[in-house]
Design a protein around this ligand. Structure first.
Ligand SMILES: NC(=O)C1=CN([C@@H]2O[C@H](COP(=O)(O)OP(=O)(O)OC[C@H]3O[C@@H](n4cnc5c(N)ncnc54)[C@H](O)[C@@H]3O)[C@@H](O)[C@H]2O)C=CC1
Ligand SMILES: O=C(CO)COP(=O)(O)O
Length: 341
């Protein structure tokens, strides 16, 4: 049991025991002050080890898992809970959610990506796979190891069900070190998280090529302009993208080797191929799957997104990093601000 919604406690679980799912289970256990949080791991042996050793040695080895977290590899056990946080990588959300019985529940989407095969954002995927669910998006500057250690941060919790859903979810999720902020802009929240991963790869490339801190700051600002362009075209709001789930997370992941996406870019900038940089990794760098589909969507929708296009080109391996950057730098000069619509 966890949190309260009026008189009745909200029973909550986490679907996906990667680094972020595990850290979120920690945050929920702390918010519940003694209640149980069920954590679904795809790997049965991992679920057993988490329960026995209180460590997720595969995805988050540095953290000691709160006593209130119980791991299981049986997804059906989560089927009856009132609220689920979906934390499997974006490319697997549809298949995992489809295995849950469809019934009315709060489903909080925590993956940051676009489905590569369809171009769908996470809420579109979940709407089809779990039509009875009430959807929300949780996103912000949140390195898993810091959240698991109880270090403070703040996130956007965008609720499709407005304040009524927020009133149910916020007490279940919030603690002094994990502060959700209310929004009803689901589209803006999911786009911020998906696009910042692609921009973090670009910033890693700049670092790998040794282009300097000025270049990185310029890239963050121009990357943010691309995030805004895509977000506004999809009906997201500028104030959402300037908040925790957009600019906040962009600044975090574009400036730290703790980011898997930044580290992937760093390797590309240092001359590694994408295949080399990604091979043998059990952890996910979502930007690698999101960049090609984002570039494709932007092209189809007539949106100017040169940084996203450049990351997609680099990942496909058709040109070395230095040439891709040189192409970006020789584009025609333009006004910094978008013309008013
Ligand atoms: N790690 C972090 O600091 C944060 C991650 N996120 C997002 O959370 C999502 C999950 O990332 P992490 O927990 O970091 O993952 P991770 O990289 O730690 O672990 C990979 C996850 O993918 C799962 N997986 C692999 N193959 C699968 C399959 N065929 N079907 C279903 N699941 C499969 C594994 O079981 C594991 O849970 C991503 O969208 C990521 O962008 C968001 C905020 C912070
Ligand atoms: O989303 C994150 C922090 O907010 C984690 O970023 P990476 O997936 O690049 O490690």
């Amino acid at each position: 049991m966890n949190g309260t919604s009026g008189a009745r406690p909200v029973r909550v679980g986490v679907v996906g025991a990667g680094a972020w799912g595990t850290a979120l289970a920690q945050a929920l256990a702390r918010a519940s002050k003694g209640g149980e949080v069920l954590l679904w791991a795809r790997e049965a042996a991992l679920a057993e080890r988490i329960n026995q050793t209180r460590v997720n040695d595969l995805y988050l080895p540095g953290a000691t898992i709160e006593p209130g977290v119980r791991a299981t590899s049986d997804l059906a056990q989560l089927g009856e809970l009132d609220a689920l946080l979906a934390v499997v990588p974006a490319q697997f959300l549809a298949s995992v959610i489809a295995d849950l019985p469809d019934r009315p529940r709060d489903l909080v989407l925590c993956a940051k990506g676009i489905e590569a095969t369809s171009g769908r954002l996470m809420a579109d995927v979940a709407r089809e796979a779990a039509p009875a669910s009430r959807l929300a998006v949780l996103s912000g500057p949140t390195f898993a190891h810091e959240v698991a250690a109880g270090l403070p941060t703040a996130v956007t919790l965008a609720c499709s069900g407005g304040r009524e859903q927020w009133d149910r979810l916020a007490p279940t999720i919030a603690s002094p070190a994990f502060r959700p902020y209310y929004s009803d802009d689901v589209i803006g929240a999911e786009i911020g998280g998906a696009i910042k991963n692609v921009l973090a790869i670009a910033c890693g490339v700049v670092e790998g090529l040794g282009l300097g801190q000025n270049a990185r700051a310029a890239l963050i600002a121009r990357g943010y302009a691309e995030m805004l362009r895509f977000g506004l075209a999809r009906g997201g709001r500028a104030e959402t993208l300037s908040g925790l789930c957009g600019l906040g997370d962009l600044v975090l992941t574009c400036s730290s080797t703790s980011s898997r996406n930044f580290s992937l870019g760093l390797a590309l900038g240092q001359g590694m191929s994408a295949a080399q940089a990604l091979s043998g990794k059990s952890s996910v760098a979502e930007g690698a799957a999101t960049a090609p589909i984002l570039a494709d969507l932007a092209r189809r929708e007539g949106l100017d997104m040169p940084i996203a296009q450049a990351v997609a080109r680099l990942l496909e391996g058709s040109a070395p990093a230095r040439d891709v950057v040189s192409d970006i730098l020789s584009r025609p000069l333009r006004a910094e601000q978008e013309p008013a619509a």
